[in-house]
Design a protein around this ligand. Structure first.
Ligand SMILES: Cc1cc2nc3c(=O)[nH]c(=O)nc-3n(C[C@H](O)[C@H](O)[C@H](O)COP(=O)(O)OP(=O)(O)OC[C@H]3O[C@@H](n4cnc5c(N)ncnc54)[C@H](O)[C@@H]3O)c2cc1C
Length: 382
């Protein structure tokens, strides 16, 4: 094993590109997007032009042919600017299309993967349901075989991008048994008369649009069954497991953003004749925050490197996600405290970052579920 974790020139170039894009084009959009709780859809085209939607996908499939480390760099930088933008990016570029890339037919790749990588179609992923979140196997949405296709019935909850998506990957049970091999994925083009999508009001990642979907007898043709094979549950699990390191990179970006805001405030704000960072209580908080961030950074990029080597197991992925997402919550809360009253004001980013950080101790598997996976890897049946 190599212990050389230096980023390559290519990695630094990716970071520079995303930073410049965020600074010059995206940052000015963030405040209004948050206030109006609306995602500026044109951003997808820009991401597509810059190759940022296909960072990890091979060039022959229309991607940029880079590695997981690069993917994490993009996530970290997008989240540093806005977790809402990063969440919409992630639901599209990973959850909504990775399974198509992995097992989709050539025509599914042509119709959905290619335009999604170019930002011409927006994707989302419908797994969670009103009654089914952590316990995915208990999924109730079902698909019935009919002449020429399938009829879908059920509901999906908290689906990122659903209100703005051109297509969704929807998980449904293709037979009543509660077995993993009875769950499959369907590519559903929107609008579909059987899909009724309403936008949810959220406390966190407000400008990332999230939907509740009622699915009533929705018809999808045969060629929309992903990979034209039944039982794609293992692909869902593999996708979620791999995305955990990515989500951890998002959390790292949020933690860094909150920390930088706190350092700058601690430097500028004086109370009773000295900068507040010189009060030991504040200086120690900053010291702890920087240490947590440094530990999260090592876990994230070591995890990304292991994904690239093909050696990351699901318990290791869970550890990375657990630590980094909890770090973002702790660091952003401490940042609010350091800013005092200003920390509560919308003019400063730390309140938004804290609200956003809570999404990632829940989404893509809660912290409790990550701990269950880790405990199971230690031989305990929790
Ligand atoms: C902003 C946002 C965006 C999202 N985007 C998507 C998306 O695009 N697609 C999608 O499919 N889903 C999405 N989700 C859903 C997300 O994945 C679920 O919210 C998450 O998996 C938790 O499910 P739940 O909300 O039903 O909570 P529940 O499963 O009901 O859990 C409630 C509580 O019980 C705990 N708990 C449950 N089971 C156990 C257990 N076995 N052991 C210990 N504790 C347990 C949980 O940790 C949690 O604290 C999104 C959620 C949010 C908030």
């Amino acid at each position: 094993m190599s212990l050389d974790f230096t980023f390559s020139d290519e990695h630094e170039a990716v970071r520079d590109t995303v930073r410049r894009l965020c600074r010059e084009e995206l940052s000015p959009l963030v405040f209004d997007a948050e206030e109006s709780e609306t995602f500026p859809k044109q951003v997808f085209r820009r991401w597509g032009e810059l190759g940022l939607l296909g960072v990890r996908y091979p060039e022959e499939d229309g991607g940029s042919g880079l590695d997981k480390v690069s993917d994490c760099i993009v996530r970290e930088e997008l989240s540093y600017m806005s977790q809402a933008f990063a969440s919409s990016w992630s639901a599209h570029t990973h959850l909504g299309i990775w399974p198509i890339w992995k097992v989709g037919t050539e025509s599914q790749k042509e119709c959905f993967l290619k335009p999604a990588l170019e930002g011409r179609k927006i994707a989302g992923f419908g797994l969670s349901e009103p009654d089914v979140g952590s316990n995915v196997r208990a999924m109730k949405t079902r698909a019935e075989k009919v002449d020429g296709g399938w009829r879908l019935h059920g509901s999906k909850m908290y689906i990122t991008n659903a209100p703005i998506a051109d297509f969704l990957l929807v998980a449904a049970r293709t037979s009543p048994e509660l077995r993993p091999d009875s769950i499959s994925l369907f590519i559903v083009e929107l609008p579909n008369p059987g899909f009724n999508i309403s936008k949810l009001k959220k406390e966190g990642i407000r400008s990332s649009e999230t939907g509740l979907i009622y699915i009533d007898n929705a018809f999808v043709p045969d060629d929309c069954l992903l990979g034209e094979t039944l039982g794609t549950y293992p692909v869902i699990m593999e996708s979620l497991s791999e995305n955990r390191v990515g989500v951890a990179a998002n959390a790292l970006g949020m933690a860094r953003a909150a920390f930088d805001a706190a350092v700058s405030y601690a430097d500028e704000r004086s109370v009773a004749g000295k900068r507040i960072g010189e009060y030991q209580a504040i200086g120690h908080k900053l010291a702890e925050m920087s240490t947590q961030i440094e530990a999260a950074r090592w876990l994230v990029y070591y995890g990304a490197w292991r994904v690239d080597q093909g050696t990351l197991d699901s318990a290791a992925a869970a550890r990375v996600k657990l630590f980094a997402s909890e770090t973002a919550v702790t660091v952003s809360e401490q940042a609010i405290r350091i800013l005092g009253g200003a920390g509560i004001m919308r003019e400063y980013p730390v309140g938004r970052i804290h609200r956003d950080s809570l999404v990632y101790v829940i989404g893509e598997g809660t912290s409790e579920i990550q701990k269950n996976m880790i405990a199971r890897s230690l031989g305990f049946k929790v």
